[in-house]
Every structure is written in C-alpha cells, then in structure tokens.
Design a binder for this molecule. Structure first.
Ligand code: ADP
Length: 398
C-alpha cells in the first residue's frame, strides 16, 4: 500500500509517501510558513533529488494540495495519480485517555481529538487542521490517527497518578500521559527483533534522546513508566526544557522577578535545559565542542543530562525488577557515542558492559554492549513515520 504520512504543525507540515510493504520512502518533504507565504521542500530519496518552491499557502489545504501536486508532477513526482495513495496516517500529539491505539478517523474520533485540545493546546489544533485539510482535498481516502500518548496508556495507575488531590485527576484529567510513544514503541519492537526474542519475555528501557528527550520502561511490550508527564516539559533536562524541577522554584522566581506564569513557562520551555546551564546552545554538538575547549558550564550541562538519563535507567530497572536491554535512539542517542558511554558506564553492577569499539558508530542498528554483557545495549534509529505508515496500512487493510 502507498501511505501518505502527515505531521502537521501550526505553520508547517511534514510529509512522507511510503510503501508500507517494502518500507521504501518514495518522497518526503516539508511545507513551511503556512498562513504567511508558503515554501515547499520536496525530496525524492531514490533519485537523490531535492526541490524547493515558493507556493502561496494561506491555509493547510493549499499546503496539502501543493504536496499532492509535487507527488504527481511529471518532473519530480513519484506517482501518476493521487488515487494511488491508499490511505493517510496522521501524527496526533495527544489522545488523552481516549486512545490506547491508533484508530481510523471518523467524526466521533475527531470529536474525541478535539476534546483533548485543553491537554495539548499548541499541538492538537494543528493536527486537527492537518486532518481537515487532507479530508477536503482527498475526500473518501481513509485516514488514521496515530497518537504520541497512546503507547503509554498501559502505565499502571501508580505510575501515572500525581500526588495531588485525586479530584484533579478525576475532574481535570491531570495525570502522567507521556509522549514520544510512537518512537518508544518502534524501537522496543525492533529491539525484540534484534535480540530474536518475543516481546513478552523482555524488559527494555528505551532512551529517546533528541531535542526533546524521554525514557520509557517497556515490560513485555507494554510501557509501564515514562519520564514525560502531563506535558512534554517533564522528566529529563532537554535542549531547552528544564525537565523535572521543584515547583517551589517557580513561586520564588516569579515573586522575585515579577514574572507571570507565561513568562515563567517560557523560561522553563525555551531557555533552560542544556542551553540554560551551558549558555552556549541547545545543540549537543555545539555544547560538546565548547566543553572540549574548557567551558565549565558546557561540561556541567552535559554531565547533568547524562546523570539524569542514568538515574532513570536505574529507576526503571528497579520498576521492572530487572532489565534485558537498553536502547538509545533519536538525534543524540543515535549519533553521540560519548553520551551513550557516559549513561552506560557505572552500570556494570547491574550487568551492563559496553563495547567501546562497537559503540563508535552513528545512526545504524547495532549491539553496542560487550558480548558477555548481561544487559544488551542497542543503538536503534527511530522511525516514527514507518510506524505511522504500518499502523495505517494495518487498520485500513483490515
Ligand atoms: P527532535 O526532538 O527535534 O526530533 P532530534 O531527535 O532530531 O530532535 O535530535 C536533534 C538533536 O540531536 C540536535 O539538537 C543535536 O543536539 C543532536 N545531535 C545530532 N547529531 C549529533 C552528534 N553527532 N553528536 C551529538 N549530538 C547530535
């Protein structure tokens, strides 16, 4: 099946046309500046082709139409007719407690996604706009929603409940949801394949370390805990996000500097994390090179990040009563051998033994632990688009 995967943001839209059987990416690209002017970058991997266009995109509907035009173009297209697209898979950030799995989009599903808007006020409206735009230019084509939160819906109550008055969970749905679920699900399934064991026999800790980072405990194929929470601000320090912190700090700084809550959250979301501590950059490559040049704050920011990941690995091994495999994925996890080594070193007591030479690798599936390591350590590049395409093909093909 040919599946169009759509990831719609408020002013941008990423797409991939994939063959769900061969897993080939036929074309992919990005619409930017939707609602402003409009720019399309279209790539055809098989031909190593990249084209850029300025196309007016007053709304997401024009953006989707420009994607379809690019896909069928005689010059740089990859299909002869839009009707060759069998289905569309949409990334949707928040499914709340309504969705534990991907689902065929119906009007009832759209209503449920709309009901989740208060939980993800920036993301869900953009995802909904993307779905509506696709429906308008591709009427009759089946569409599937794949949620970032769905994989973590298997967490037990003790893991997702916050120690607040229970009414805020019951009335207001305040609980841990977790994010990056599509990535944690994909890499944990790949890990089972690589280890040649059924998921039902494995305890896996998946470390998705990118600009945004989260760790998940996957027991018998089910997420039983994860570090992001009610929002993606929780857990690890990230590129620019603070991660977990003492809520009392907010009161102290807001009083001291006269910030309102939006100003405070702006600091926590955009000016903190590795950027905030280092003062250099949110990009780990820049921070690593500054640390190498002797910048103390840069070095501390990396150590804080690595230490936080290591603590979660220990915590999740305790939560599951053991661990068979630790997986590294996403921009930092896939490319940064030093970070992987720093996280895994010192965990020899729990059976983790790295192979330094095997770890000297980037962006490829590999076992990076020593042959006699009790716990296997794996590098697995994530592929959320493939997961979305596979779910979409499965659901539409039923
Ligand atoms: P996002 O959360 O935006 O999807 P990615 O998973 O693409 O993020 O990760 C992006 C981050 O990966 C960059 O900010 C950068 O810090 C990091 N990264 C990419 N390549 C390397 C590398 N070779 N060494 C260290 N960090 C890297």
């Amino acid at each position: 099946m040919k599946i169009l995967v759509i990831n719609a943001g408020s002013s941008s839209l990423k797409y991939q046309l994939m063959d769900s059987v061969s897993h080939d990416v036929l074309a992919k690209g990005l619409c930017e500046r939707i609602g402003i002017d409009g720019r399309l970058t279209h790539k055809v991997p098989a031909k190593d082709l990249k084209k850029e266009f300025e196309i007016p995109m007053p709304t997401h509907a024009e953006a989707i139409q420009s994607v379809l035009d690019a896909l069928v173009s005689t010059e740089h297209g990859v299909i002869a007719d839009v009707r060759e697209i069998d289905a569309v898979g949409h990334r949707v950030v928040h499914g709340g407690e309504s969705f534990a799995q991907s689902v065929l989009i119906t009007e009832d599903v759209m209503k449920a996604i709309e009901d989740c808007i208060p939980l993800a006020p920036l993301h869900n409206p953009a995802n909904i706009t993307g779905i509506r735009a696709c429906q308008s230019v591709m009427p009759g084509v089946p569409m599937v929603a794949v949620f970032d939160t769905a994989f973590h819906q298997t967490m037990p109550e003790k893991a997702y409940i916050y120690a607040l008055p229970y009414e805020y969970y019951e009335k207001d749905k305040v609980r841990r949801y977790g994010f990056h679920g599509t990535s944690h699900r994909y890499v944990s399934a790949r890990a089972a394949d690589m280890l040649g064991k059924p998921m039902e026999q494995l305890k896996i800790i998946t470390c998705h370390l990118g600009n945004g980072s989260s760790v998940a405990a996957v027991d018998c194929g089910k997420s039983v805990d994860t570090s992001m929470g009610f929002t993606p601000l929780a857990g690890l320090p990230m590129g620019t996000r603070a991660g977990d912190l003492d809520a009392g700090i907010l009161q102290y700084l807001m009083n001291k500097y006269g910030w309102n809550i939006d100003e405070a959250l702006n600091v926590l979301n955009k000016k903190s994390g590795v950027l905030g501590i280092s003062g250099v950059s949110s990009d780990f490559r820049d921070v690593e090179s500054a640390a190498k040049d002797g910048n103390h704050r840069a070095a501390v920011s990396l150590e804080t990040f690595q230490y936080s990941v290591k603590k979660l690995v220990g915590a999740y091994a305790a939560a599951m009563g053991g661990v068979d495999a630790i997986v590294f994925t996403a921009g930092v996890g896939e490319n940064d051998a030093k970070t992987r080594m720093a996280v895994a070193s010192g965990l020899e007591f729990m059976g983790v033994k790295m192979d330094e030479a095997a770890n000297d690798i980037r962006g490829k599936e590999a076992v990076i632990s020593a042959a006699d390591s009790k716990v296997k350590v794996l590098l697995i590049p994530t592929d959320e688009e493939l997961m979305i395409a596979t779910d979409t093909a499965d659901i539409v093909g039923r």
